[in-house]
Write a protein that binds this ligand. Sequence first.
Ligand code: ADP
Length: 393
Amino acid sequence: MNAYFAEANGQLGGDPEPRATGEPRYRLLVDNMEEGVVFHDELGVIRSCNPSAERILQVSANRLLGRRSVLELCDPVKEDGAAFSLDQCPALESLRTGRSQHGVVIGIRRPSGTHWIALTSHPLSTAEGHRAGVVTSFRDITALRERERQQASRTREAYNSVRLHDEFLATAAHELRTPLTALQLQMQTLLRGARNAPVPAGDPLHPKLMAGLRQTERLSTLIDLLLDVSQMTTGRLELKRARMNLAQLVQDVVARHADAIAAANVTVTLELQPVFGAWDASRLDQVVSNLLSNALKYGRGEPVVISVRESDGVALLSVKDGGLGIAPEHQARIFERFERAHPDAGKSGLGLGLWIMREIVEAHRGRVELASELGQGSTFTIHLPPEHGTLTP
Ligand code: ADP
């Protein structure tokens, strides 16, 4: 250290001001340090300390000098609240073992609350290798710990509120489902004409009942979406795998959507090869229904092509439309929850369908691929491994 100062003075040479050099400069440096510094001699007695040590420990130098440990004057505790024995004082430990002690955290109880300090002790040796004492530096980490505590509490609160939100979603969806199912059943019964009093197709009530039923079906779809989201968010998506033909499933879904296809005035072409695998039929039904509904919704009435084929041992299902397309910057985002790419297109939706679809596909160890150009249309391709078995009948 002295050699360094001597060298620095040489380089700065010619300075007319009298400056502290050697020992006084060293003292100046230690006295102005933000950290507290305490020096124990080779017998373990405190021989010097700097002003920061007095400030942090709130003890005068007079009371510190001559003692065996800075901890003698406080009521030290460990991080778990247990008393800190003076034998464990890092300076004395360092003197005993000849090894440095790093970042030992000690709490000092004061009327205003516990203050936390982190201490590091290094053994010192003479040029001949004899023990010369120990230097201990420390800083007050109370404010830092308080910030960490507040951060942890905010994280906990955020976690709890997300959990509450998920639980609320699950309960609300579940509770809404029950009366809605009852209402749907009653309307269907009315339409079918219970007790030999059918509502004839020509009756002015008929279209109203049909419209009411359609609304309950929409509500029911939305509630199912929310139930799916809460189930998938909490990692409770369980697949019921059974061997099935993907091409057959596509045919069934398209047949079921015949009214919607006709209403959208869209030509749907099927290019299907029989491809088999052990998949969850009702979940894949959801995937195909969602892709088809989106193709009708965002497809601007252009033809839609759905194909099923096998390639390199993987089943490929793709739905291609010639509609709005998706700009490159939105293509990853739309697979996240509540994300939409065409908020101004006048199409209603929650932005959950693609997220649910991706969860289902990934639960099958598959993946979703999107090729799209804005204004030119989109092709969504699902890659599904067959899982235990072959893709052929
Ligand atoms: P929703 O249709 O309820 O908004 P989705 O999760 O199914 O939710 O889709 C997310 C968004 O991705 C849609 O809002 C739309 O902007 C975009 N998108 C989905 N499918 C298509 C498609 N075939 N063509 C163009 N954009 C699409």
